[in-house]
Design a protein around this ligand. Structure first.
Ligand code: DCP
Ligand code: MG
Length: 445
């Protein structure tokens, strides 16, 4: 009885430690995650930190997170440091008890000295494995916590890009598609019960330009993000050439849709690689140059030391916002998409550049079904259809000529923008005139 009584005690102690260690290790890992996130944010947001002179605050925050991780780590270590001696004390007390009782029994002649020695040996075989088993259980808690963290990532559902009906591409990579899009009461929500798009209905005929206008957060980007199936619409029907969009293979859709984003991402590779990024075949230098010329970036590229072989990014040249945008236009141009999406692509540049880019884009839009998201009336004026969105609904739909004569959001935006334009023009005239008369004026505004 005495030789076995320690087994449940050690196991109970292990179970208790197992629970404690799981909690502590989970806390420790979470804190480690927080610290990494802080560090990563501070590095990628270093401009903001410096621009707002918040270095001291960020250093402080890091200190706190780091200290917290240290404390959690210490608690974890204390717990393991306690576990070993405690189980050892239980085991040794029990062995000591057996030594004592056995010796008493031997001296009293109840058992022989041989039986005593044999029993002590056998007890040794029993004690150490049980003690080690407890340790494995306690250590196992760490493994289990780590497993759960990794499993959360592994168990994420994967996007199936290859499933669905195929679009045929001919030998030049031209898809057999007209690019007619029919939205029929399409609804969409990122989270349940919070509709972002509410029963959107319209038809984009092949080659048409559809402009999306609306206040920030009205759902413009969400709408165009449905096209390459970055998100799945939650209600209604959206058909491309008569086939439900979700029946197409995602990979095919993304091959025929080209997007020019407001803040395009460029890889730290050569300019050539960046322009050729969207095409899945070997492109010759001539094609790349044509795309660059159309995007009006060729001349800029020629001023770089290695021309098209110049590296972009940290190890190479740093491009301005407008140059990046043009490179992105060249990239999309070369991809030759049937459906073109321009999201806010002209709002980040000055009016002159905007006019140039608009000209380029008009070239790019030809023969493609195009979606243009813009805030300026000037950009959307020439579109075949203008959709005015408000809180996820189409509140106005028509051409510029139709919309500008009826009261509504479009008319209001038009009025405000023309008023501002006249005002800016007048003020510019004032500055010019004042400058002529007095050489030093400071800031006349
Ligand atoms: N939204 C969201 N989750 C995302 C993206 C957006 O919950 N991953 C929400 C924020 C807005 C709404 O959806 O409330 C619509 O966002 P959009 O990005 O579609 O808005 P716009 O493109 O119209 O706005 P902006 O003109 O600012 O680009
Ligand atoms: Mg947007």
């Amino acid at each position: 009885l005495l030789s076995l009584i320690f087994v449940p005690i050690v196991l109970l102690a292990s179970a208790w430690f197992y629970k404690r260690m799981t909690v502590l290790y989970d806390n420790y890992q979470n804190q480690d995650g927080t610290l990494s996130a802080t560090l990563q944010e501070n590095l990628s947001g270093v401009r903001v930190v410096r621009a707002f002179a918040r270095q001291a605050y960020e250093v402080d925050k890091f200190e706190r997170d780091n200290r917290s991780k240290y404390d959690q780590g210490k608690r974890l270590l204390m717990m393991s440091a306690l576990y070993w001696p405690i189980t050892d004390v239980i085991c040794f007390t029990q062995v000591l008890g057996i030594f004592y009782l056995g010796a008493q029994m031997t001296m009293a002649g109840t058992i022989t000295i041989g039986t005593y020695m044999a029993f002590v040996n056998i007890i040794g075989w029993l004690v150490w494995p049980v003690r080690n088993l407890g340790r494995i259980v306690a250590e196992g808690s760490k493994a289990l916590v780590s497993y759960h963290r990794v499993a959360r990532i592994i168990e994420e559902t994967r996007e199936e890009t290859d499933e669905g009906s195929r679009i045929n591409f001919d030998e030049y990579g031209i898809p057999d598609i007209n690019a007619e899009l029919v939205f029929d009461r399409v609804s969409f929500a990122y989270e349940e019960d919070k509709p972002v798009l509410d029963e959107i209905s319209f038809t984009a005929k092949p080659g048409e330009t559809i402009a999306l206008l609306g206040s920030t957060g009205s759902g413009k980007t969400s709408l165009v993000n449905l096209l390459p199936r970055f998100y799945e619409y939650t209600g209604g029907s959206l058909k491309l050439d008569g086939v439900e969009l979700r029946d197409y293979a995602v990979r095919d859709l993304r091959r025929i849709i080209g997007t020019v984003e407001q803040e395009p991402f460029l890889f730290s590779r050569t300019i050539r690689d960046n322009i050729a990024y969207g095409v899945n075949r070997n492109v010759d230098d001539e094609e790349i140059e044509v795309a660059a010329r159309i995007a009006a970036i060729h001349d800029v590229i020629m001023t770089f030391p290695n021309g098209y072989d110049t590296l972009v990014g940290e190890k190479g040249v740093t491009l301005s916002g407008g140059q990046k945008q043009r490179l992105a236009i060249a990239r999309t141009m070369l991809k030759d998409p049937r459906i073109l999406v321009l999201d806010d692509s002209t709002s980040a540049v000055d009016t002159e550049t905007e006019a140039t880019i608009r000209g380029i884009l008009n070239l790019l839009m030809q023969g493609r079904t195009t979606f243009v998201i813009a805030h300026r009336i000037q950009t959307v004026m020439s579109a075949d259809q203008i959709l005015v969105l408000d809180k996820g609904q189409i509140v106005q739909h028509g051409t510029h000529e139709e919309l500008v004569v009826q009261p509504g959001l479009y008319r209001d935006i038009y009025d405000i923008q023309s008023k501002i334009e006249t005002q800016v023009k007048q003020e510019t005239d004032v500055i010019k005139n004042t400058n002529k008369e007095e050489p030093h004026v400071g800031l006349p505004l």
